[in-house]
Write a protein that binds this ligand. Structure first.
Ligand code: CNA
Length: 240
């Protein structure tokens, strides 16, 4: 049986499917990932992107952080693609356990997916470090200030989890619980290089583990079904 037929059969037989996803599911919406050939990490900046996107860099070099963030991380104009829409269809069929995402682009919200757990936060939430007041992404990205500031004068920080920062405990617990309960885990569009997200896979108790990723990863051997293709192409074939 070919891989697409196998995937179709697995999805048909499952009722609590959990998708564990990374930046690769949004590249077909025009958002660059980190580690692909044309990903953000291959580009030349004054500082490496890993450093810019760290907590200490944000605190010490807020202006340079925002220069990069506004130029490279603004995906407010991006639209959901076939993947985000397909997951909404699965949700409506009652087959979706959860979407556990490392993405910060909010694309699932744009198709009103309800079961999303955002491990790394979202560009759509921002708050003042001094008084806690919330701000929209539009305000942050359109700010003419080099560093977006609150009415109270405090610095606004995006609610995205930067390197050196802790993930939200509650979200972690919910994500692990959903993986424990899943009858099918589909890992898609992630290089699985980032901890602790990567370690979540070990909580899965199901028999079949599907991985869909353009390039191979260090964890390919964990998959019982491995597909090295673009997620958009996989779903087009699946829906035929
Ligand atoms: P990554 O390390 O950049 O890996 C992405 C993976 O996706 C790569 O292995 C690619 O081969 C694969 N890939 C790219 N396009 C496709 C496609 N069309 N179909 C299938 N596979 C594809 O990104 P990870 O998510 O693993 O790393 C975690 C980081 C990236 C998190 O901290 C995110 O916040 C961060 N990030 C998020 C976004 C976003 O929100 N869209 C964008 C860029 C980075």
């Amino acid at each position: 049986m070919d891989t697409i037929k196998q995937l179709k059969r697995l999805i048909e037989c499952s009722h609590k499917i959990v998708f564990f996803e990374g930046a690769g599911v949004s590249t077909e919406s025009g958002i660059q990932d980190f580690r692909s050939q044309d990903g953000l990490y291959r580009m030349q900046y004054q500082y490496p992107p890993e450093q810019i996107l760290s907590h200490s860099f944000f605190m010490k070099n807020t202006k340079a952080f925002y220069q990069f963030y506004k130029e490279k991380m603004n995906c407010t104009n991006a639209s959901p693609n076939i993947y985000h829409i397909y997951l909404k269809e699965l949700e409506m069929q009652g087959k979706l356990g959860a979407i556990i995402t490392q993405n910060i682009d909010g694309l699932h919200d744009k198709v009103k997916n309800q079961k999303v757990l955002e491990l790394h936060g979202s560009i759509y939430r921002n708050h003042c470090l001094k008084c806690g007041k919330g701000y929209t992404a539009e305000i942050v990205f359109s700010s003419r200030e080099e560093i977006p500031k609150c009415d109270c004068g405090g610095i606004i920080k995006p609610d995205v989890v930067l390197y050196e920062e802790m993930l939200d405990e509650e979200v972690i617990e919910q994500a692990i619980q959903k993986i424990v309960e899943a009858d099918l885990l589909i890992v898609v569009g992630t290089s699985l290089k980032v901890y602790p997200a990567k370690s979540f896979i070990q909580y899965y108790r199901g028999k079949e583990l599907v991985m869909i990723n353009l390039e191979s990863t260090d964890c390919d051997s964990l998959a019982t079904l491995m597909i090295h293709e673009k997620i958009g192409d996989v779903l087009k074939q699946l829906k035929k």
